[in-house]
Design a protein around this ligand. Structure first.
Ligand code: SF4
Ligand code: SF4
Length: 471
């Protein structure tokens, strides 16, 4: 195994005691201090850990209102109205870990399944036919001798599939932490974003929640993204499972993790995910979360993350209800899963998934077309864009555009072009009608006048049959 080069890793950069002290010092903040922080957040420069800690202590309705207003402002300045859509693709529920919040944990006597490559192909083709262009490949940690090479076969299989409705253009990956040589192979396999959640950054809670298997090693997991970056994967996604420990602690730890990656490797995380614990069969900590997060606190934590790391996408899953998802788009979420099935084979075999084999339950059970119509009807632009990945605009190159807010100039046109593809290839007539209206509104509104002819021309080419146009 190749060790990390010497230097600071995430384990050194994230100080649990320092975070606890920071939160204590931030309690009961003055109004003027909160307003000063919100004014600074509106400059799009992000927040320090201390500033974010102050915002976690805000409870007064008037200040909360101002906090949410600031989050809406930053969200709109950087991301505009686009929302990127993707679907998870589970290929194995075998796992040697025993995470107390997960239905796939090894001591849970649920039926296990690893999809054959032909089944992976069938799942992929079902997702393509629904209209997806991005998937997040997910599996439990098998740890068997052939598990890694099988993962490479799965990735290749997903990329190989084509139907008359297109292909998957970006395969993101969420699997067990890898070694540096494995990360190099994953890079060669053309993965998009590599995602690993720390689940909880609190070492003691982490120990209690992970009683067995390699995942019990807090340090090995926390240094995952250091190894990924060392191996040349510069597009990574971090996250915490909210409900395991105090949400305020996790928010500050996520920020420390993001700052560390940015400082050491010149590229912060591409995304931060904010899953909240949902019931899962045979998972005691999911049925009875140790630190449940209320909807009110969940809104607040999304808004604070939006202000603190404006250039990092925030991902929301179908764990949350449709109503709450709509509110959170406004406060900072920029990517969401839609039509998700959380068990292997869930897409092409059965409509709702077998509840005994799920990793966790979802609250938004709507199909992709319904979600797209709903998003569009509420003023957002559904996007299937994969432009950055396809132009090699990742890591430092991406951050150069993202940090000053310039990425929006690419995101919006790409959203319109990929949405137009979706409307032509996959949408129901009702969704198409709403969508065409949204595209016209954007062309008459936020697209700068000088760019409209070029975008109109590209949209016309798509109507004539061209596909995969992007900036
Ligand atoms: Fe395995 Fe991941 Fe579930 Fe833990 S969370 S039991 S590692 S699938
Ligand atoms: Fe994402 Fe880049 Fe497309 Fe914007 S242009 S939606 S950042 S892939």
């Amino acid at each position: 195994m190749i060790a990390l080069e010497r230097g600071i890793t995430a384990v050194d950069a994230i100080d649990p005691n320092g975070i606890a002290t920071c939160l204590e010092q931030a309690a009961l903040p003055e109004k003027s201090r909160v307003r000063g922080i919100l004014a600074r957040a509106r400059t799009l420069e992000g927040l320090t850990q201390g500033e974010a800690a102050v915002l976690t202590a805000v409870t007064e309705p008037e200040l909360l209102h101002e906090l949410f207003d600031a989050a809406r402002f930053v969200k709109n300045e950087i991301y505009g109205r686009r929302l990127v859509l993707f679907a998870p693709l589970y290929y194995s529920s075998f796992c040697r870990n025993n995470c107390l919040y997960c239905g796939f944990r090894r001591e849970n006597a649920q039926p296990r399944r690893r999809l054959e490559l032909a089944e992976v192909a069938a799942e992929t083709r079902t997702l393509i036919d629904q209209g997806h262009k991005r998937v997040l490949v997910i599996a439990g940690e098998e740890g068997t001798a052939g598990a890694f090479s099988y993962l490479l076969d799965v990735l290749a299989t997903v990329y190989e599939q084509k139907t008359d409705r297109g292909e998957i253009r970006r395969v993101n990956l969420e699997t067990a932490p890898m070694t540096i040589p494995q990360f190099r192979e994953l890079k060669a396999a053309r993965i998009g974003t590599y995602v690993v959640f720390q689940e909880t950054y609190h070492p003691e809670v982490y120990r209690r929640m992970h009683p067995g298997g390699p995942k019990a090693d807090y340090r090995w997991r926390l240094e995952t993204m250091d190894r990924a970056m060392e191996a040349g994967i510069d597009d990574v996604g971090i996250g915490a499972l909210f409900g395991l420990h105090d949400w305020r602690f996790e928010v500050l730890a996520l920020l420390a993790h993001a700052r560390h990656l940015d400082a050491r490797y010149g590229a912060g995380p591409h995304t931060i995910s904010v899953p909240r614990i949902e019931p899962a069969p045979g998972a005691p900590a999911a049925l009875n979360p140790p630190n449940p997060v209320s909807d009110a606190d969940f809104r607040k934590l999304v808004a604070i993350l939006r202000l603190a790391v404006p250039y990092t996408g925030i991902i929301l899953s179908t764990r949350e209800s449709a109503d709450l998802r709509r509110e959170l788009f406004d406060l900072g979420v920029s990517q969401l899963s839609a039509g998700s099935r959380t068990s292997p084979g869930g897409y092409h075999e059965h409509v709702g998934g077998d509840s005994a084999t799920l990793q966790f339950s979802v609250n938004d059970n709507r199909g992709l077309d319904e979600v797209v119509a709903d998003i569009a009807a509420h003023g957002y632009i559904p996007s299937f864009c994969t432009g950055c990945y396809r132009t090699g605009r990742t890591g430092h190159d991406f951050m150069e555009l993202a940090k000053p807010g310039l990425i929006r100039d690419r995101c919006l046109p790409n959203a319109l072009l990929t949405f137009q593809e979706y409307l032509l290839d996959c949408a129901t007539p009702g969704t198409r009608e709403i969508g065409e209206r949204v595209i016209e509104e954007a062309l008459a509104g936020e697209i700068p006048a000088g760019e409209r002819p070029m975008i109109r021309d590209a949209l016309e080419r798509i109507r004539q049959g061209y596909r995969d146009l992007f900036l």
